[in-house]
Write a protein that binds this ligand. Structure first.
Ligand code: ZN
Ligand code: ZN
Length: 355
């Protein structure tokens, strides 16, 4: 028997994977939320009477999807979008992707993501992951609704309760899965991190990223990044060049790489045990291959992340895996090929030279 809510979510997932604007996707997620808790008999009665659209969140297109789904047919719309955003990958890429157990960089609707934490978690579990780190933005990134210390503390409690639900589901036969706490923390211009140190210490994982003053002079950017990398709370250096590939987003103009001394930055990552992120977003593809090679030569580990802002974007890891394979990344260098326990052992490491 088909579930209308599942079909609606599957459509949203495919659209998100294809980087469709979130307003196009929202209708499907809203309709899924509107019908998921309604008894099937009511949906069938409404489908027969033509009153599905009277439900808040259900429109003409989504009502049609629901009707087809109730009849046990694969909705036309789903068939049309099914292959959007998928590309065939080679065996080595598929093998590396299959070895990944989690994702270190994801966003929810608490900051600039489009979906609730729970939906992101369920989508990550459905992709075969064992864990996902929730890394919403830090306070200074107001355009992305960065989380104040108070809101982040609130979020930690929400994640704690969600993990209880997921553990109960695992007891009942679902795949074991947990949401790890985290942040994508802005690297301030002076290299400090944009969140209270006590709070950063409490989180399972910290991604540190540059989001402002991307065009500062190279020597200043190098010092800024090294300061953040040497911060004892930093675990992953997010999208290190800040570039945006032409043909995507913001008018498709692209954005050049920030200038910094990559050898110095990657040496610092290796020294402080910070993983260099392979950001899988199609408009970022960051770092470019020549820099990723340099990071590997410097002895850095990598995190192949999606930076997903919607459930469908969680499937972008293949894009990062493809680049990783091409530059010689082996699975032993990939921090998110570890299980949650091993991952946490790494994020709780002592700083070099420390006690
Ligand atoms: Zn970012
Ligand atoms: Zn991000």
């Amino acid at each position: 028997m088909r579930e209308p809510a599942e079909d609606l979510r599957a459509i949203a997932f495919c659209l998100e994977r294809a980087l469709e604007p979130s307003y196009r996707v929202k209708a499907f997620r809203a309709a899924a939320a509107a019908v998921q808790d309604l008894p099937r008999e009511e949906l069938e009665r409404r489908a027969a009477a033509g009153t599905l659209q009277e439900l808040k969140g259900v429109g003409k297109v989504t009502a049609l999807v629901i009707r087809e789904s109730l009849l046990g047919e694969e909705p036309n719309y789903l068939r049309r979008v099914q292959d959007l955003g998928t590309t065939p990958v080679d065996d080595a890429t598929a093998a590396l992707r299959a070895a990944l157990l989690g994702d270190c960089h994801t966003h929810s609707d608490w900051s600039d993501g489009g979906s609730p934490i729970e939906e992101m978690a369920r989508a990550a579990r459905a992709l075969g992951h064992e864990w996902v780190v929730l890394t919403d933005h830090s306070p200074r990134l107001t355009v992305a609704r960065g989380l104040s210390p108070e809101r982040l503390r609130e979020q930690l409690e929400v994640v704690r309760r969600l993990n209880e639900v997921l553990a109960e589901e695992a007891d009942a036969g679902a795949a074991p899965f947990r949401v790890l706490t985290g942040i994508e923390c802005d690297i301030n211009e002076d290299g400090t991190l944009d969140q209270e140190p006590e709070l950063l210490a409490e989180l399972d994982l910290v991604v540190a990223s540059v989001h402002s003053k991307l065009r500062m002079p190279g020597p200043d950017m190098t010092a800024r990044m090294v300061a953040a990398i040497s911060n004892q709370h930093t675990d992953v250096l997010g999208h290190c060049t800040g570039r945006q590939v032409k043909g995507h987003g913001r008018g498709g103009q692209g954005r050049p790489e920030s200038e910094f001394d990559a050898e110095v930055v990657f040496a610092a990552c290796a020294r402080f045990g910070v993983a260099v992120e392979v950001n899988s977003r199609p408009e970022r593809l960051d770092p470019p291959k020549r820099l990723l090679r340099l990071a590997l030569e410097a002895g850095c580990d990598v995190a192949i992340d999606t930076d997903a802002h919607a459930p469908g974007q969680l499937s972008w890891q293949e894009l990062g895996c493809e680049r990783a394979v091409r530059t010689g990344v082996t699975v032993d260098r990939v921090v998110n090929a570890r299980n949650a326990e091993d991952l946490l052992r790494w994020t709780r490491r002592q700083p070099p030279g420390g006690a």
